[in-house]
Design a protein around this ligand. Structure first.
Ligand SMILES: [Zn+2]
Length: 400
């Protein structure tokens, strides 16, 4: 018997006691009408191990695993997940709840026929759309932390603007950002972010500002576009350094001064050893191996006769070898100092038809814009986020 055949469970469990993070140390109380126990999974625990600590025997474990088949995968229990059990006055298990997460709770209860039935506890998730803003002091991570937001939001912001902004080298004190983002709550408790609906990044000392809005096509595909319908996505990323692999402690004071030296034929990015390097565009690896003073290198051939080269690597990305295809944002290697390098850094080159070019000056073709016939739908959909970011900007302007 499962919840599928019985959608209205007759015996919902009683209200839960305040949650303890520890195994319930209270044993059976003489004369108590029922007993409630709670246990939390620890590192290395199997469910049965953890359950035995609150007196659930092997037969009961088998019964629970059977009853909750399809609701809880007991082979994938993780530390921090917890469960509750209540026994009646005779000591028989009357109900059990497995709390896999705030939004994933499954219950087994003893029905009138004496067998355990199961159902998933409905969880009401509230979603609120909010606009958050911050100013960079010494790092983007720190700025996000300062306004009470999580690193996920930093990485998502970086991801949205990866074609226009090199957050590794261009971020500076006084830069401002605003993000329209969905936040999800259960009982008023924040449980995570939904989608980023709009974002803005404004440089402090330049008349340069980037904005992007999320658009969901009718077929479910999603992309980020400017208000005029131009795609944010481009053929090449602004930076070969994967920002997400830079630790939050690596502030922008350590940022390398970048410039293209013709005789040197490339640009150097000073970055911690092991920092991931991603391919700036889709392409084919024409060479992955050692090459004299370059040390370990990866050469990637792209469309339009362009080739990028990544040198002095500490190692290659997973599966990266001569002849394989790589996608934009795929890790091709890690920063190192192999070959003739005084310290860990990435030496990055761009060539067209065999001739070296300045990668910092590359103008990258954008992905297709919103099709003309969808512009009205697009404008309607993004209007609230355009308005939300507009409000933020004017508030900033008036406050100084
Ligand atoms: Zn170099």
């Amino acid at each position: 018997m499962t919840a599928c055949s019985d959608p209205a469970p007759p015996a919902p469990p009683p209200p839960v006691e305040p949650y303890f993070a520890y195994d319930d140390p209270i044993g059976p109380e003489p004369g108590a009408p029922s007993q409630y126990h709670v246990a939390e999974m620890r590192w290395g625990d199997a469910f049965s191990t953890c359950a035995s600590r609150i007196g659930v025997n092997g037969r009961e474990v088998d019964e629970l695993v059977r009853a909750l088949d399809g609701y809880v995968d007991f082979t994938k229990c993780r530390p921090g997940q917890w469960f509750e059990i209540e026994r009646d006055a005779e000591g028989n298990l009357s109900w059990f709840r497995y709390n896999a997460s705030v939004t994933d709770k499954a219950i087994a209860y003893r029905g009138p026929d004496g067998t355990l039935a199961a159902y998933r506890e409905p969880v009401a998730v509230q979603t609120a759309t909010v606009t958050v803003s911050g100013e960079v002091d010494w790092s983007l991570y720190a700025a996000m932390d300062a306004i009470g937001e999580e690193p996920w939001l930093t990485l998502t912001l970086v991801d949205i603007f990866a074609w226009d902004v090199d957050f590794f080298t261009e971020t500076q004190k006084g830069d401002r950002f605003s993000i329209v983002v969905e936040k999800r709550f259960v009982d008023g408790q924040f449980i995570g972010y939904g989608s980023v609906l709009g974002a803005e990044y404004a440089f402090a000392d330049r008349d340069r500002k980037h904005r992007a809005y999320r658009y969901a096509f009718e077929d479910g595909k999603v992309g980020y576009y400017q208000a005029n319908g131009k795609a944010v996505e481009k053929a090449f990323l602004k930076s070969p350094i994967k920002f997400a692999s830079i630790t939050s402690r690596y502030g922008m004071r350590k940022h390398p001064i970048l410039k293209y030296v013709r005789a040197h034929r490339g640009v150097d990015y000073g970055a911690p050893r092991g920092t991931a390097i991603w391919s700036v565009g889709d392409g084919v690896v024409t060479y992955a191996g050692r090459k004299g003073g370059y040390g370990r290198v990866v050469f990637v051939r792209h469309a339009n006769g362009l080739t990028t080269r990544y040198a002095h690597l500490n190692g290659f990305g997973p599966g990266v070898r001569t002849g394989v295809r790589v996608r934009q944002k795929q890790t091709v290697g890690y920063v190192g100092s192999s070959g003739l390098a005084t310290g860990p850094h990435l030496h990055f080159e761009l060539l067209r038809g065999g001739r070296h070019m300045n990668p910092l000056a590359l103008v990258s073709p954008p992905a297709p814009p919103i099709p003309e016939e969808q512009m009205e739908r697009f404008s309607t959909q993004v209007a609230p986020w355009v308005a939300a970011l507009g409000t933020v900007t004017s508030t900033q302007a008036s406050s100084g």
